[in-house]
Design a protein around this ligand. Structure first.
Ligand SMILES: [Zn+2]
Length: 386
């Protein structure tokens, strides 16, 4: 590598550590990067000049000898915009270096949003986000989480069934609407949720992990040997349309008895005998009522727990992860019926794939996909801090 390339590589590494782990001392950075103190000092100065990090003396503690400076993400540094597209609402947030959500706007979309409507909605939200506390920094990227299959190199959506989207060049549409220096990145919601948890949440220490997300649909994000698994077309993890029972209910995909027809939010509402439409409020009410012991709500959760356990067992048999993180309505089912879920996992898992596998909730709760969208929006800046 040429000296310039080495320097860019080291700047990128150092900024990555501070972005993921927050304030670190120069000594810690020296140890992590296996570089000399003077090299780390020069890199920190470069990043400070670029307005990306700042050095401070921590308050408190003993005042003997030279105080150890800590290097932290710059409070007025650049920010990324994360966008989480769900069925009934779109969340747009400004996320700072270091991963803090500085400002957010939740925009109801009255059922589904069209692709060009989504692009307009994101552009319209940007000035408000900046004013609402996204710091004085510049916007360094926009990341969008979509409940569908995504070619991450082009940002093209293959199919997002619950949005009714097919073959949508969303990445290009967004990029055309943004300044060229602000990259647009698109990802699948389960993949981005897992990315957030793996980078800075409940899968940090774990290189074989699955994130099972339950919203109107059901999907999985997969990391095996530390590497995201997406497959040829970005289809990997679309387990919501694995057929559990060919004589089961008709799915919108045309098959009968897909996992989604038993575990999707519409299915849960139906199991509880709720006749209203699938809205965020109706789904939230179902789980609140179940927590308060409402018999009909609990009667929906129990069969869902069994199906969820069987679905997790299929994932364990196929992928052999050490942890499964359950987001959205799948996390709610786990919290309400963990013994039933674990019992079904144990019953349907083969051999050694089951014992010792932790079923966990996401550190970011309902925000995992949003944080993950912010994370991919920082990719270009982190790769080349100049
Ligand atoms: Zn289906």
């Amino acid at each position: 590598m040429r000296p310039d390339d080495i320097r860019q590589h080291n700047l990128s590494l150092l900024l990555g550590h501070v972005h993921r782990d927050g304030a670190l001392t120069r000594a810690e950075l020296t140890q992590r990067l296996h570089l000399s103190r003077s090299t780390v000092g020069a890199l920190v100065n470069d990043l400070a000049q670029l307005g990306l990090v700042e050095e401070m003396v921590p308050s408190g503690g003993a005042r003997v000898g030279r105080p150890s400076h800590v290097v932290a993400p710059h409070a007025a540094g650049p920010y990324a915009v994360g966008v989480d597209v769900d069925i009934a609402h779109v969340t747009v947030a400004a996320i700072t270096l270091g991963g803090t959500i500085a400002a957010r706007e939740v925009i109801p979309t009255d059922h589904v949003v069209e692709p060009d409507g989504l692009v307009r909605l994101v552009l319209d939200a940007l000035p408000g986000l900046c004013a609402a506390g996204a710091s004085s920094g510049r916007m360094c990227g926009v990341g969008v989480s979509v409940p569908g299959t995504v070619d991450i190199t082009t940002g093209r959506i293959g199919v997002a069934p619950n949005l009714g989207w097919e073959d949508v060049p969303l990445g290009r549409m967004l990029q055309d609407a943004l300044p060229p220096e602000v990259p647009a990145v698109v990802g699948n919601d389960a993949d981005l949720s897992l990315l957030a948890e793996h980078q800075r949440g409940n899968a940090r220490d774990c290189d074989d992990v699955v994130f099972l997300i339950g919203r109107i649909g059901v999907g999985a994000g997969i990391i095996i040997n530390g590497v995201p698994v997406r497959g040829r077309d970005g289809h990997a993890g679309e387990i919501g349309h694995n057929v559990l029972d060919p004589s089961g209910p008709l799915c919108h995909c045309g098959q009968h008895g897909c996992i989604e027809t038993f575990l999707g939010e519409s299915a849960l509402l139906e199991l509880a005998g709720r006749r209203g439409p699938r809205t965020d409020a109706n789904v939230a009410d179902l789980f609140v009522d179940a927590r308060h012991g409402d018999p009909a709500a609990l009667a929906a959760v129990r069969p869902a727990a069994e199906t969820l356990g069987r679905t997790i067992a299929n994932l364990l048999n196929t992928l052999n992860p050490e942890r499964v993180i359950l987001g959205g309505s799948m996390g709610e089912v786990l919290e309400l019926a963990r013994p039933e879920v674990e019992e079904a996992v144990a019953r349907y898992t083969f051999g050694d794939a089951g014992p010792g596998v932790a079923l966990a909730l996401p550190a970011f709760g309902p925000d995992s996909a949003l944080v993950g969208a912010g994370e991919v929006a920082f990719t270009a800046l982190l790769a080349d801090p100049h």
